[in-house]
Design a protein around this ligand. Structure first.
Ligand SMILES: [Zn+2]
Length: 181
């Protein structure tokens, strides 16, 4: 990975030199702060920020990008002419580059897709179950609501009748009182 070894300080000073003087020291300060943070996160900087970590898309299925950042190319394998293989046009520069049989990548993709479809099916089943359960729950809630309303209106009716009875009683008593005079 010599080609992509860490070379930010020289790059950034060059970059900063091209810029106007204002903001230059701020940039430096920000870079310094970032580096301090990185060193906190990775106590052994010699292991981490110096190299690009292998990218997951290179590891799994059809390689989308090589470790070097270039697009992978598909060629016929030299040792195994029946097979196609993903490699990189920079493969001779001595760095680490993608190398993967095409059929291996196809199998990985297909297995992943199968798994994905199974998961989707499971989700659909769960959703159907849930919506069934939910609609049942809603019906039960509606029934409860209706019966509550019925009870309330029954109570209201009784209250109304009691109220009318009391008023009638008061009227009768008033009539008796007035009539007695
Ligand atoms: Zn490469």
């Amino acid at each position: 990975m010599g080609r992509y070894s860490y070379s930010q300080p020289s790059d950034s000073s060059h970059y900063g030199g091209d810029q106007a003087d204002s903001g230059y020291s701020e940039t430096e300060e920000l870079i310094g702060r970032d580096q301090a943070e990185l060193e906190l996160k990775y106590p052994e900087p010699s292991q981490y920020p110096m190299q690009y970590p292998p990218q997951p898309e290179v590891e799994f299925g059809f390689p989308q990008v090589c470790y070097c950042g270039d697009a992978p190319i598909l060629v016929t394998s030299k040792n195994d002419p029946g097979r196609r293989v993903y490699t990189c046009k920079n493969v001779d520069d001595g760095d680490c580059h993608v190398w993967k049989f095409w059929d291996v990548a196809v199998m990985e993709e297909m297995r992943a897709r199968d798994k994905h479809i199974l998961q989707l099916e499971e989700k659909v089943d769960n959703l159907t179950l849930m919506s069934n359960f939910e609609s049942e729950e809603k019906v039960v809630r509606l029934e409860n609501l209706v019966s509550d309303l019925a009870k309330k209106s029954f109570t209201l009716k009784i209250e109304f009748e009691v109220c009318v009875g009391v008023m009638l009683f008061v009227l009768v008593v008033l009539g008796l009182v007035i009539g007695g005079k």
